[in-house]
Design a protein around this ligand. Structure first.
Ligand code: ADP
Ligand code: MG
Length: 693
């Protein structure tokens, strides 16, 4: 339960005076719907009103604040012309210009003969010096209340700075004092202020420097956010550790049989990873290990052999994939191998229904099924296991902290192995996984020549289509990936369909189409046709990005490659070059390329080292945009910027560990403050792990 002291922060912005439904909607778009969202909506610039010249001194193009006498109102002759109010001081004349003016209002605020302070951007119009729609008009006394330096905020259509600024000022009046959660020594060393002071100052920048992410007040707020993130992860982990696991040690019999049946020998990386996993499983603490390996590095075999370790010990194991297609593909790989060892594998996704589903459920409950492959359907409420020992979660490049939490709740003492195909930079690893144990598959299976990657303009599409024709004649299997259109699946599909029609007109029935709007069965049958022969040219949207495995595919064309992220292109390209044949990837772009897009495509041409690509991606795009952002499930930071605050993140991690080693229940005075911090950053779920939460 959220502590009372935070209640005001989570009140809706409509609780602010002057904020009705319409303005709230606009504020929601720009910042969010609650006061705390306004707090995290830090200024992006400043308007400096300290420049107070005489009229003669005023420089055009700059915001100036001037004290003038109102001389004369001039109504326009025709309504589309502006209303003008002429003012002056001893040095010259200034015109205030208003379009669509309300004459009454202007006569009231600018009475002729009176002195007024006006502030706004000065411009010249012909020989006149003027301010169009001044930001401020007031009496001398009112000037006192005007902010000399005004923060500028990110806005949306229908939301003016004036309106947002007013809401913000009011919201900031309600910031509570919170007890300090940062270690006083560290706070002192960094020269940081208490939270409230830092927040208020962050919203009152006096100079441009104050907007820098490393400015002390901003650094402090970023640290708070990262500390909440790291503390939450550390709590989850501590909790996993606390529930005793079971020592799982197989006798190696099944693993030997399957290893013997493999048409290849394991790479050194695979052997090492298997050793680390077996060692974790053998202890009676719960395993929580991440298996990180680029596309095609051979994670599936590692998963299978680890599952067999559990089966040898008389337990069950599951492999959970993020999509139906992937689950089926894992099944296709795993089933024949498991069968050589006499092990029955079952499939459970959202598509298994009725009797088929019931049969699987029965098998899992009785223990007859020892290995199950599926999607999150594996963890629905009515699924009961006889004795689940190991869960492998294939996240590909999504991050399912949630799934891991559900799972932790489900199997009491289940060991967990998470697999990811995204080579995540170290900084991001920390935010998504905390200090999870990691095994990395750095070595690629032998005998895979690198993919020949070429970058060319879309104008050469005809040439490319002809080249594709030649490859088809030579017996190649080809992916043709269609572009992302403005994040709209419907438009993606339309583009893919158009390309499909066009290629089908040239190459006939050997062309297939697969996209995200197709039904599961349809998708499967197209993928099968591509894997097994009838279809040789597969037009696709990014649905193929996630783990689809057709080893014979050697050519990939990507249209509008400039619209994809670096990591995504790398994932896509990983669909080819999986066999020993030479592969080619054509990245087609629409000129002119932005500098970043050019750099991105250049990186791909140069390397297929996923870790290097991930680091470059982070550098080129900033963490927020990495990995397709939202859907990735990667925690989104509002105050921290991992590209700049990486050092602080490491400090937050160390801090989180130290805190929990001293005060695992967060009971001390600082512990209580830290609980508030967790709620402040909405890590409520983590607080549940505290016994006295
Ligand atoms: P990932 O899931 O890491 O992308 P997979 O497990 O799908 O990779 O493996 C990709 C391909 O490499 C599969 O066809 C698999 O059979 C093969 N493979 C796995 N390990 C090896 C190895 N040690 N030597 C040769 N081929 C391997
Ligand atoms: Mg795989």
């Amino acid at each position: 339960m959220r502590p009372e002291v935070l209640f005001p922060l989570f009140a809706p912005v409509t609780s602010l005076a002057g904020v009705g439904a319409r303005i709230a909607k606009a504020i929601d778009k720009a910042a969010g719907s609650r006061l705390v969202d306004l707090y995290w909506h830090l200024p992006t610039g400043i308007i400096d009103r300290r420049y107070a010249p005489t009229v003669a001194e005023a420089r055009p193009g700059i915001v100036a604040t001037m004290t003038v006498t109102v001389d004369e109102h001039k109504k326009p002759a025709v309504p589309r012309l502006p209303y003008k109010v002429y003012c002056s001081d001893d040095t010259g004349t200034l015109a205030l210009v208003f379009f669509h003016a309300h004459a009454d209002y202007l006569r009231r605020t600018l009475p002729e003969g009176e002195t007024r302070v006006v502030s706004g951007k000065v411009e010249t119009f012909g020989r006149e010096l003027q301010i169009t729609h001044p930001d401020h008009i007031g009496t001398m006394e009112e000037l006192e209340r005007m902010q000399a330096v005004e923060p500028v905020y990110g806005l949306t259509a229908g939301l003016s700075l004036r309106v947002l600024g007013k809401a913000m000022r009011e919201a900031l009046e309600q910031v509570p004092d919170l007890d300090e959660w940062i270690d006083p020594a560290y706070l002192g060393k960094q020269g940081w202020q208490p939270w409230k002071a830092a927040l208020l100052e962050a919203h009152a920048p006096a100079e441009l420097d104050a907007l820098e992410p490393l400015a002390p007040v901003r650094a402090r707020l970023a640290y708070d956010e990262m500390l909440a993130n790291q503390l939450a992860l550390a709590l989850v982990r501590l909790n996993m550790r606390r529930t005793k696991g079971r020592a799982i040690t197989g006798d190696g019999r099944l693993r030997q049989t399957v290893t013997g049946a493999l048409p290849f020998s394991l790479t050194g990386s695979q052997e090492t990873a298997l050793g680390e996993i077996a060692a974790d499983m053998a202890t009676d603490t719960r395993m929580l290990r991440l298996l990180q390996g680029d596309v095609g590095s051979g994670k599936t075999v590692v998963a299978l052999l680890s599952m067999l370790n559990a089966v040898e010990a008389g337990m069950q194991a599951v492999l959970m994939a993020p999509t139906d297609i992937l689950a089926r593909q894992h099944l296709a790989t795993i089933e024949p191998l498991a069968e050589t060892a006499g092990i029955k594998v079952a499939l459970l996704t959202g598509r298994e229904k009725g009797r088929a589903r019931q049969a699987v459920l029965d098998g899992l409950a009785s223990g007859e099924v020892s290995v199950a492959v599926g999607t999150h359907a594996l963890f629905q409420d009515d699924v009961a296991f006889h004795d689940l020992g190991l869960a492998v979660i294939d996240e590909q490049h999504r991050f399912g902290v949630h799934q891991r939490l559900t799972l932790a709740a489900k199997g009491r003492a289940v060991d967990v192995l998470v697999m990811t195909a995204t080579p995540i930079p170290r900084t991001l690893m920390l935010t998504a996984y905390g200090d999870m144990d990691v095994s990395r598959l750095l070595e690629k299976p032998a005998g895979r020549p690198p993919v020949d990657t070429r970058v060319m303009p879309l104008e050469r599409l005809d040439e490319v289509t002809k080249g594709v024709g030649r490859s088809l004649q030579g017996g190649a299997k080809i992916y043709w990936v269609c572009p992302l259109v403005e994040e709209s699946e419907a438009l993606d599909v339309a583009a893919a369909e158009e390309r499909f029609d066009h290629l089908k007109a040239v190459y006939g029935d050997r062309v297939g189409l697969v996209h995200g709007r197709m039904k599961g069965k349809e998708k499967d049958s197209v993928m099968e046709a591509f894997a097994e022969g009838a279809v040789d040219l597969l037009v696709a949207t990014t649905v193929i990005e996630v783990g689809v495995d057709v080893a014979a595919a050697t050519v990939m064309v990507i249209e509008h490659a400039e619209r994809f992220g670096l990591a995504q292109l790398h994932q896509l390209r990983g669909r080819i070059g999986r066999g020993s044949d030479k592969s080619t990837c054509l990245l087609l772009y629409a000129p002119p390329l932005t500098e970043t897009a050019r750099a991105r495509l250049g990186v791909l041409r140069e390397t297929d080292d996923g870790f290097r690509i991930a680091e470059e991606d982070l550098r080129l795009r900033g963490a927020g945009e990495l990995l397709g952002t939202r859907q990735s499930g990667l925690p989104e930071f509002r105050l921290a910027d991992l590209a700049v605050h990486a050092d602080l993140l490491a400090a937050a991690r160390d801090d989180a560990q130290l805190i929990l080693s001293r005060d695992p229940e967060l009971k001390s005075e600082r512990g209580q403050a830290l609980r508030v911090l967790l709620y402040l950053f909405e890590r409520d779920a983590a607080v549940k792990y505290l016994r006295s939460g």
